[in-house]
Design a protein around this ligand. Structure first.
Ligand code: ADP
Length: 555
């Protein structure tokens, strides 16, 4: 408290004079004077005394620090008020600093030239700049950002002036030159009518909602990455990038990535493109994300070495191409083989038929040994014709020229038909045929089914010992069973391959089962064998009866 003792007198009219001189706020402290002294707002006590004796007493009491004549009183009060205002401001700033020195990072910007007045401990930690080194300097020279446009700063300033605050991400460089993304808040501190300070509080953006880019940088500490400004150069790169691009971070900064051979696809804003790219001897997966940081349009580019995977993939591709070529060759060879067989079979049939025809003609008039000889010619000719027919069948099937017309077939009469055709051979082999058939008609191409059954029963007569051959059809399942030598498990698939025979000699070239299995497939089913050496063999194929029943019901 400041006490002032003013020697005055109502009689001398000092107060009136003062009032007359300064009718504004400066006069306020004196308002109480007229009432004989008062404690005023500014904390100044004024005592009014009329005589020197009264003044002496007032000062001696210790209530007042100064004794002034009225003519000096006005100037003195003003000085005291101004000192008090300054002291209050100082207290505000000290309080402010105490609070904000504890926040993570902050910097205090002077107004209006934006020179740094003070920074917090957190600021020192985040930027590696010491307090002594930054106070008095401008943020621009310290952070060498240069990454944001003039328009960006103008807009920022305008907003601060308009609303008193601004918040957003800014890019700046630390003392070591590395790029940092700071979530920045700027606010104006006003004192009375005057702006006495402009402050920015900055936190490392990684810790909050705007920290995507910083998090992105932090998470890729050991990765190979570059940050590229769209329409500009490289803003930042990891120290590992040299492994991929062959040049270090420092050389890259500010340059177009294409100078080191890196071609970047341009995603739409907020978008993402991933692709592979060869850089010299090595392949990289290049992952490009496009983001906005403040007004900055940036590409986050991560490079991942995928050379091994790429080389493996290329090898596999080559292998696949080789395989495809080999397959095409094999198919082509197969097609030409089938075409050759078909053509040859046709060429063989014509003369064979002629031989058989003329043999029969000659046999009509022949007798004795000549007739017997002609019979042998005819038997051999027919056998040869049978073989040619089988070859022709196989070739036709493999060429896809066999089409089956499915129709309702009376299985029993078809089986009886086959049995009677082969009856002579069966009897000669010392065998008998039994038929076991239900009355379900089956859905099949009768001509093809007859051909399959003739082959199977024919084999049973060829390879089985004297005994029973059971042929039948139950619930659409057609089978031929014999009591012959049987077939070992490991040969049960082989017998369906063309020209594969287990028994050498005898009649046949190993085509019957191959043709039969393909015909069964053309009928939409599969021919299978069950057998064990010494127990006989059973060949089965399942024909459908369902569709047929549905058809008859509908009819
Ligand atoms: P092929 O009868 O002209 O030799 P197949 O394709 O009809 O040709 O038969 C292939 C081989 O399967 C035959 O050579 C024979 O060794 C074996 N085989 C076929 N049917 C039987 C059977 N019922 N019992 C034993 N072996 C058989």
């Amino acid at each position: 408290m400041v006490g002032i003792c003013v020697i005055s007198s109502r009689r001398t009219g000092v107060t009136d004079r003062l009032q007359g001189l300064e009718p504004d706020e400066a006069l306020a402290p004196f308002v109480g004077i007229c009432d004989g002294g008062a404690r005023l707002d500014a904390g100044i006590t004024i005592a009014l005394v009329d005589t020197e004796a009264e003044a002496e007493t007032a000062v001696r009491d210790g209530a007042h620090d100064a004794l002034v004549w009225p003519s000096e009183a006005h100037r003195l009060v003003r000085a005291v008020l101004s000192a008090r205002t300054a002291a209050r401001r100082e207290i505000d700033l000290v309080r402010y600093r105490t609070v904000f020195r504890q926040t993570a990072i902050w910097q205090e910007l002077g107004d209006p030239d934006i020179v740094l007045l003070d920074v917090s401990d957190g600021f020192e930690a985040a930027t590696a700049h010491t307090r002594e080194a930054v106070v008095g300097r401008t943020p621009r020279e310290l952070f060498r950002g240069g990454t944001h446009s003039r328009a960006f700063y103008d807009e920022l300033t305008a907003q601060v002036e308009r609303t008193g605050r601004w918040r957003g991400d800014m890019l700046g460089r630390r003392r070591d030159g590395s790029l940092g993304v700071l979530d920045t808040q700027i606010g104006l501190i006003r004192h009375g009518e005057r702006t006495v300070g402009q402050y920015a509080i900055k936190r490392e953006a990684g810790a909050n909602r705007n920290g995507a880019l910083q998090t992105w940088i932090d998470e890729r500490a050991s990765a190979q990455w570059v940050l590229v400004q769209v329409g500009g150069g490289v803003l930042e790169a990891s120290s590992h990038v040299q492994e991929a691009l062959g040049v270090g971070r420092d050389e890259l900064l500010g340059r177009d990535p294409s100078v080191v051979g890196l071609t970047l696809d341009m995603p739409a804003p907020g978008g993402h493109i991933v692709g592979d790219q060869w850089l010299g001897e090595r392949a990289f997966q290049v992952d490009v994300q496009r983001r906005l940081v403040g007004d900055m349009d940036v590409l986050h580019v991560v490079l991942l070495d995928v050379t091994t995977r790429k080389l493996e993939a290329e090898k596999l591709d080559l292998l696949a191409q080789d395989l495809a070529a080999a397959r095409d060759q094999a198919l082509a060879a197969d097609r030409s083989k089938s075409a050759f067989l078909a053509a040859m079979s046709h060429e063989l049939r014509t003369p064979l038929n002629a031989i058989l025809g003329y043999t029969e003609l000659l046999a009509e008039d022949a007798e004795g040994q000549t007739l017997a000889d002609l019979d042998r010619v005819a038997v051999s000719g027919r056998h040869l014709l049978g073989l040619v027919d089988e070859i022709l069948d196989l070739a036709r099937i493999e060429a896809g020229a066999v089409h089956c017309e499915l129709e309702r077939v009376d299985a029993r009469s078809l089986l009886e038909d086959v049995a009677s055709t082969l009856a002579l051979r069966v009897r000669r082999a010392g065998q008998r045929i039994e038929i076991d058939c239900d009355d379900h008609p089956v859905l099949a191409d009768p001509q093809r089914l007859r051909q399959i059954l003739t082959n199977l029963v024919g084999n049973a007569t060829k390879y089985a010992v004297p005994g029973r051959i059971l042929v039948g059809c139950r619930a659409g399942r057609v089978f031929v069973e014999d009591e012959g030598p049987g077939i070992a498990l490991h040969q049960q698939e082989a017998i369906f391959e063309p020209f594969r025979r287990l028994h050498q000699g005898g009649v046949g070239v190993g085509l019957g089962l191959a043709v039969s299995r393909r015909l069964a497939r053309a009928l939409g089913t599969q021919l299978v064998v069950q057998s064990a050496p010494g127990t006989g063999s059973r060949f089965d194929l399942q024909l459908t009866i369902e569709g047929f029943e549905a058809e008859s019901r509908a009819g």
